[in-house]
Design a protein around this ligand. Structure first.
Ligand SMILES: C[S@@+](CC[C@H](N)C(=O)[O-])C[C@H]1O[C@@H](n2cnc3c(N)ncnc32)[C@H](O)[C@@H]1O
Length: 384
């Protein structure tokens, strides 16, 4: 069993226990208030406890919290470690012994989840993925969730030369991605400021490559969000054709517009908010339909747990059915406007079969254990 404090330490560095939960929460909007109201120590107690006790978060939230409340986060982490047979003071050991007995009774995927810092409620989701992709895949995938992914970028033109000249270490890969390490934030680099580089996870880049259009084609990026994939597709058009980027979230689209301008793509990318129902009224160039439609669907984001470790505690497996319903609807909508000879690319950042193969039949997962990245699912649906 990987001691939970090791998981968080791997994330936060040797000196960061108790971890700066606030930093994570400041990046999240959902549930932030709940966590803030619980207080930092309790939130961490809950974090560790939820990772340790099968189903406890859902079953007996209050009971669990009262058991752990009052213990400083460091002690809760030690208590968690005691499950991995380390010494612990008696008070902590008492709290742990009940966690331990429940752990023993956990179903097998529950125990595997818990020992990798994933709440046991996800066991059934892991079991379905294992049935399709193999037990070894899921075990290695779970192990990857205990480590932090590196910074991936997509450099263009002279970006790599410029990054190296400014002190960054850059490893380039044949798919056009690059892994970057350095002491400063990448946003301070000249390559970033001049739009010669996009920060984008490697698996996300690989999925976007499935949807790359030819110059002159007409593209609809249905769930464009902040535009990670939009920019990659926009560059492929080489100044010809058009790319319509829509999303239901106007806040994200504001970020997308900025990104598109920085990348020098304002002439090919048309951005607009959309209610998510029915096909928007596009210009005459889309009258005969689209060559490429990308549905990068809203999902549970289980594939981003490495980057946002608290996300596994804020999403419930019960949410999958609701996402799947929206995903199926968006695919149907998109398929209705693909030209003959064109294609729809469907993607999620989820490892759950419920949101992937159940929605579109077949496809592939991109991510750990093969790639040191987030996990994305991608499928190409061609229209003959
Ligand atoms: C996976 S994210 C998109 C990420 C983006 N394509 C990128 O690569 O950076 C999914 C997006 O779907 C949007 N969304 C949520 N509900 C939607 C709906 N009913 N119809 C369309 N888009 C929706 C969300 O606002 C979110 O930006």
């Amino acid at each position: 069993m990987v001691p939970p404090s090791e998981i968080w330490r791997a994330w936060l560095g040797e000196d960061a226990v108790p971890p700066p939960l606030d930093r994570f929460l400041s990046r999240q909007r959902a549930d932030k208030d709940t966590f803030a109201a619980m207080g930092r120590a309790t939130a961490w107690a809950a974090t560790v406890a939820a990772a340790l006790v099968p189903g406890a978060w859902a079953e007996d939230r209050e009971g669990l919290l009262s058991q752990l409340r009052g213990l400083p986060p460091r002690d809760v982490l030690l208590a968690a470690d005691a499950c991995a047979d380390r010494d612990a003071p008696r008070a902590i050991a008492r709290a742990v012994s009940s966690l331990r007995s429940r752990l023993r009774d956990a179903p097998s995927w529950g125990a595997a989840c818990v020992s990798h810092g994933v709440p046991a409620g996800w066991a059934a989701v892991m079991a379905r993925r294992a049935a399709l992709s193999g037990e070894g895949f899921v075990r290695r995938w779970l192990a990857a969730q205990c480590t932090r992914p590196p910074l991936w970028v997509r450099p263009r033109e002279e970006a790599v030369v410029s990054l190296r000249a400014e002190g960054w270490k850059v490893e380039e890969f044949p798919d056009g991605s690059a892994r970057v390490t350095g002491a400063r934030g990448i946003e301070t680099s000249s390559a970033f400021r001049t739009g010669k580089l996009e920060v984008q996870d490697r698996a996300s880049q690989q999925v976007a490559l499935l949807a790359v259009p030819r110059p002159g084609q007409v593209v609809w990026d249905v769930c464009a969000g902040r535009g990670g994939k939009t920019v990659l597709l926009g560059h492929a058009l080489a100044g010809r054709g058009s790319l319509h980027a829509t999303d239901t979230d106007e806040g994200k689209l504001a970020g997308l517009k900025q990104r598109v301008r920085r990348a020098g793509l304002a002439d090919v990318v048309r951005v607009r908010a959309w209610a998510g129902e029915g096909v928007p009224a596009f210009g005459p160039e889309a009258r005969r339909g689209f060559d490429v439609v990308l549905v990068d669907a809203p999902c549970s984001s289980t594939g981003t747990w490495r980057r946002n470790p608290d996300a596994r505690l804020r999403m419930e497996p019960g949410d999958l059915a609701r996402f799947a319903e929206t995903q199926k609807r968006l695919v149907e909508l998109g398929m209705g406007v693909v030209k003959k000879g064109g294609k729809l690319v469907y993607s999620t950042c989820s490892v759950a079969v419920e949101e992937d193969e159940d929605v579109v039949g077949t496809g592939a997962l991109y991510g750990p254990p093969e790639l040191d990245s987030d996990t994305l699912f991608g499928a190409v649906l061609s229209v003959p």
